[in-house]
Design a protein around this ligand. Structure first.
Ligand SMILES: C[S@@+](CC[C@H](N)C(=O)[O-])C[C@H]1O[C@@H](n2cnc3c(N)ncnc32)[C@H](O)[C@@H]1O
Length: 351
């Protein structure tokens, strides 16, 4: 799908600075990461051995901080949801615990696009180098952190409307689990707070498959929309999957390139099998969203986060540019219908 490049010279410099500081309190973080990794393997194992479960009305994976659950079915009133705790046993829980929008969306889409619903990326491959924990700020708990040591490493991140500072260049570091500030008052955690999932609707388009519209106007440029989540892949696995994808199929593999003076950091996220509502956002040659890499705890992988580029009207479709590599031989026709449409969608490579 997408090859997105970002010119960003500050990241490598910051990495070098951090390399000289021993991460102090990262044991807990590492424990969390290995728990996530083993949970991910559990889900894969589960799906492999239970493929013949029938009827599966709804199939998605919910992750909470303690248990991994696999949703097997949902009753017709959306009031009870049958889940299986992967580590223990099957049980019922009220759908009130799960965001209504998520269920309606997943239920409507189960036939055509089965995927497992997740809230954060599944990180299968973790290099030891990536376990480095960023230092936190030492703000007072009531501090808003608009200009704290995390927010201001490369210029202030967000304005007083909680929108991305449009003049900002360089990487974005949000406050993290080592920070002293409080989650509620801190204003440097915009992408860690509520996304727009309650204000959007998945629609069926005439020629692009499903798409996403906003039900409410979004006024300010730089408004946080949501995070592209899925499986974080190695380059070789991404390459393998690209070769397997047929040209007529929808493609959910996103490649984000960040350029620094020393290297290109490539992030591959595939939302084909695991994802959230943002996997339904289509390409446009005149997009209203863009993707910004955001870091808080660790250098890699960055979280790939959508922000608005301009004011968006109610019922307007959300879109971003999948990249710039267009070739009539390889690209699919583009149906974005913008006046600047090139006629072809960017095509996928791992470069
Ligand atoms: C990430 S998915 C987007 C959601 C997808 N429409 C669906 O129904 O699940 C990307 C795929 O959607 C389709 N698509 C997205 N934008 C398009 C566009 N502007 N014109 C034609 N097809 C598009 C292509 O098949 C592409 O591979």
């Amino acid at each position: 799908m997408s090859n997105i490049d970002n010119d960003d010279d500050g990241l490598a410099v910051y990495r070098l600075a951090l390399a000289t500081q021993a991460p102090e309190n990262s044991a807990l973080k590492q424990e969390k990461r290995s728990e996530l990794r083993s949970r991910f393997l559990n889900v894969l194992e589960y799906l492999k051995t239970n493929k013949n479960i029938s009827p599966i009305e709804l199939d998605f994976y919910r992750e909470s901080s303690l248990t991994a659950t696999h949703c097997l079915s949902i009753d017709s009133n959306f009031s009870q949801i049958l889940v299986e705790d992967l580590q223990t046993k099957i049980g019922c829980m009220s759908t009130a615990l799960i965001q209504e929008q998520t269920i309606a969306t997943a239920a409507a889409l189960k036939e055509k696009t089965p995927f497992v619903y997740i809230d954060s990326c599944l990180i299968q491959l973790i290099n030891d180098d990536d376990d480095e924990q960023y230092e936190g700020c030492s703000c007072a708990t009531e501090n808003t952190c608009i200009n704290c040591s995390c927010a201001n490493r490369f210029g202030i991140n967000y304005d007083s409307n909680h929108c991305l500072n449009m003049n900002k260049t360089g990487p974005i570091f949000e406050c993290n689990s080592e920070c002293n500030c409080s989650f509620d008052t801190c204003q440097n955690r915009v992408s860690q707070k509520d996304d727009q999932s309650k204000n959007v609707k998945i629609i069926s388009t005439s020629n692009k498959g499903y798409g996403v519209i906003t039900e409410k106007p979004i006024l300010h440029p730089g408004t946080y929309i949501g995070e592209y989540v899925g499986e974080v892949l190695s380059e070789s696995e991404a390459h393998r999957r690209i070769l397997l994808t047929k040209n007529f199929e929808h493609n959910y593999l996103l490649l984000y390139n960040e350029h620094s003076s020393q290297a290109i950091t490539k992030t591959f996220i595939d939302a084909r099998y695991y994802g959230n509502w943002t996997r339904f956002i289509n390409h446009s040659c005149n997009p209203n969203l863009h993707i910004v890499p955001i870091r808080s705890d660790q250098p890699t992988p960055p979280r790939l986060v959508f922000f608005t580029l301009r004011e968006i009207q109610a019922n307007e479709e959300l879109s971003y540019s999948y990249g710039t590599t267009v070739d009539e031989k390889f690209s699919k026709p583009c149906h974005c219908s913008s006046s600047s449409c090139t006629g072809f969608m960017p095509y996928q490579t791992t470069d």
